[in-house]
Write a protein that binds this ligand. Structure first.
Ligand code: FMN
Length: 349
């Protein structure tokens, strides 16, 4: 989780007995070096690193970039003014193209787990990882993509249901925001039945009930995002964490305004205004560059209305901001209680 899962959060998850994954997205190669060093100090348990592999970082033609940037700036400038920024003109700065360099660092470090979102790592990368003793997990939203990453040789597949917060892990951007939104309860068993590698359920899971439900669907494990944003160790600003505590499940939207790729976030002034303008978005990376100063300013001001509040529908089940250890303890205790109550329930009929 870029900007959220630093070493404090990831190490706390691993130290609590789960598998912490730090975000290599949203930082540069030096940041990755630092995170690796911090992880080695903060935990002696297995951990992972996550990278987004979107393949649309190719620079669009200048004319397309200029024309779209004009419309994006027209949409963003009122919001920029609202937080005290000057209006911007022209194309934003090119996004960094350092995924390969960061991958090299992670491979050299022989991290236990490489987690991939937004793309198929492919056979060659999986083999490179295997030679370093690194296992690969890839996140998908369809059976077709699950089969593709299984063919590439991944060790486990994350089935990401539509409830999930953050980016939809599509390999290619769908034509509309509503496309490909399959809920966790439908997607997990469909993928479990279609592949032989272990499946990890993601999307809408926040407590012990969700963990047991995912296991009942055939998942071997669960991946939680939104729940961990609202913890003391996450890098999210307080206003963001508080928005998750206050948010209800029906208050999220899937938008491409925050990055150029579809992602689930809490509705706020930013999402409502951008949608109302009808403006297009720049490609992944470029849109992120265009919105970055606005989001940075909003974070500095603790202003939840002018940033992307990445959040899944499980926001409705988040009522506090505990430590990571407390979250994991509660989930495990509740899961045991739920399993116990299911086993002791008298069979009917
Ligand atoms: C704040 C936030 C940031 C995220 N960033 C990433 C990321 O950098 N890479 C990635 O593969 N997935 C990312 N995700 C998606 C998660 O991997 C996961 O699919 C999702 O959080 C699971 O659903 P949940 O939020 O309902 O728990 C992010 C999710 C959130 C909430």
């Amino acid at each position: 989780m870029g900007g959220i899962a630093g070493s404090a959060l990831a190490a706390a998850v691993s130290n609590a007995g789960a598998l912490g994954i730090f975000a290599a997205h949203g930082t540069n190669p030096d940041g990755v070096r630092e995170l690796l060093a911090q992880m080695r100090v903060a935990t002696d348990r297995p951990f992972g690193a996550n990278l987004l592999l979107a393949h649309d970082l190719v620079r669009p033609a200048d004319s397309v970039l200029d024309q779209t940037s004009d419309l994006v700036n027209e949409a963003l400038n009122p919001l920029r003014r609202e937080v005290g920024l000057e209006p911007a003109h022209g194309a934003p700065a090119s996004p960094a193209r350092d995924v390969e360099e960061k991958l090299e660092l992670l491979l050299e470090a022989r991290i236990p787990i490489l987690s991939i979102g937004l793309g198929n790592p492919g056979h060659e990368l999986v083999e490179r990882c295997r030679r370093q003793g690194t296992r690969v997990i890839a996140m998908v939203t369809t059976v077709e993509d699950a089969k593709a990453v299984e063919s590439a040789g991944v060790d486990a597949i994350v089935a990401q249901g539509a409830e999930a917060g953050g980016h939809r892990s599509h390999f290619a951007k769908p034509a509309q925001s509503g496309a490909g939104l399959v809920g966790t309860i439908a997607l997990v068993p469909e993928i479990v039945d279609s592949v032989r590698v272990p499946v990890i359920a993601a999307g809408g899971i926040v407590d012990g009930r969700g963990l047991v439900a995912a296991l009942a669907l055939g998942a071997q494990a669960v991946m939680l995002g939104t729940r961990f944003v609202a913890t003391t160790e996450s890098l999210g600003v307080q206003a963001y964490k508080q928005a998750l505590v206050e948010g209800a499940s029906h208050e999220t939207v899937v938008t491409d305004a925050a990055s150029g790729r579809y992602a689930r976030v809490l509705r706020n002034r930013f999402t409502d205004h951008y949608a109302a303008t009808g403006a297009p978005t720049l490609p992944f990376g470029w849109q992120g560059s265009a919105v970055a100063p606005l989001f940075d300013q909003a974070r500095a001001l603790e202003d939840p209305d002018h940033m992307a509040l990445w959040a899944g529908q499980s926001t409705g089940a988040i009522h506090d901001i505990p430590s990571v250890a407390e979250v994991v303890r509660r989930i495990m205790e509740e899961a045991e209680r739920v399993v116990g109550s299911l086993v002791s329930r008298p069979a009917s009929g």
